[in-house]
Design a protein around this ligand. Structure first.
Ligand SMILES: O=P(O)(O)OC[C@H]1O[C@@H](O)[C@H](O)[C@@H](O)[C@@H]1O
Length: 291
């Protein structure tokens, strides 16, 4: 991976004021013969991805706020080092700490097939929010597909538990028509029923609020909507399916009536699949999304 070439023809530095008329966050735009993508340096969060000639892959809330420290609603936030509520202290922010903080842009390269890979790093020193120190590297591949390679090292001198997910918001025509294949027969925890355990039979549909954590999930899912979406992962054993439905969405400022335009199918390792990392141990996983 070469050091970042500030003048590379495929990468432009901009900000949310210029791009969305809402100042607050620094952004990168990548444009190649294969795709166009927008990435926020806060959270190393992909906000937009469109392969040439294809429909946009991701949903970005039209009412999201771009402010330092504020989670952007949409794209692919990375939730880490804990997923969802912090189980030992529910008073801590939901979904960990890396999505709300600035990442370091470590480098980029253009591969022979035209795919651009951007590498981001995040170093956590260990603090009151999360005691263990860790290093996180996220390589984002922007080609015909959108891919993520995550590598996490526990740099603390004691073992620590990490749970995480790439929390993808996919753009769909109508949530009421969406079906997710690839989870039939898999056991899940239903957050809408106090994490009651059940097993899905057939496809996952969304006729109202859905908030499910599938453990030991298979590596492939397909999201059926006009211009279907495929997800293929390696070493991501948890899949979370989420849409708030109309009633809950009406209480969430940056979703509201727009709830029907997205589905979250998230990939990572949480709950029973959380990573227990020894001092100095590194674990890795990857995810490829295409439409
Ligand atoms: O509003 P947040 O913190 O981004 O979380 C959105 C949703 O994220 C999902 O992953 C959770 O399963 C839901 O329970 C949660 O509501």
């Amino acid at each position: 991976m070469a050091a970042l070439d500030q003048t590379s023809h495929y990468l432009t530095r901009t900000n949310s004021g210029t791009l969305y008329d809402k100042p607050g966050l620094d952004l990168l735009v990548v444009e190649t013969g294969l795709c166009r993508a927008v990435i926020s340096l806060q959270g190393a969060q992909v906000l937009e991805f469109t392969a040439r000639g294809r429909a946009p892959l991701l949903w970005l809330s039209p009412t999201t706020v771009f402010a330092p420290g504020n989670a952007v609603r949409g794209g692919v936030p990375l939730c880490l080092p804990w997923f969802g509520e912090n189980r030992s202290d529910p008073g801590k922010p939901k979904h960990g700490l890396v999505r709300n903080q600035l990442w370091e842009l470590a480098g980029s390269e253009e591969r022979a097939d035209g795919t651009v890979v951007i590498e981001f790093c995040f170093r956590h020193p260990g603090d009151a929010l999360f005691a263990a120190s860790f290093d996180c590297v996220l390589k984002i591949g922007l080609g015909k597909d959108l891919s993520f390679g995550l590598s996490l090292t526990n740099t603390a001198d004691v073992p620590a538990e990490y749970s995480w997910a790439l929390h993808s918001y996919f753009a769909v025509a109508d949530i009421g028509e969406v079906e997710v294949e690839g989870l039939s027969g898999v056991s899940y925890l239903d957050k809408t029923r106090g994490f009651a355990r059940d097993t899905l039979s057939g496809v996952q549909a969304f006729s109202g609020e859905v908030d499910r954590v599938f453990e030991q999930a298979p590596a492939r899912q397909k999201i059926l909507t006009p211009n279907p979406i495929s997800a293929e992962s390696e070493n991501c054993h948890t899949v979370i399916t989420w849409n708030p439905g109309a009633d809950l969405a009406a209480t969430i400022d940056d979703i509201g009536a727009a709830f029907a335009g997205f589905v979250c199918v998230e990939h990572g390792n949480a709950f029973a699949n959380s990573w227990q990392l020894q001092a100095g141990e590194t674990a890795s996983a990857s995810l490829t999304l295409s439409r």
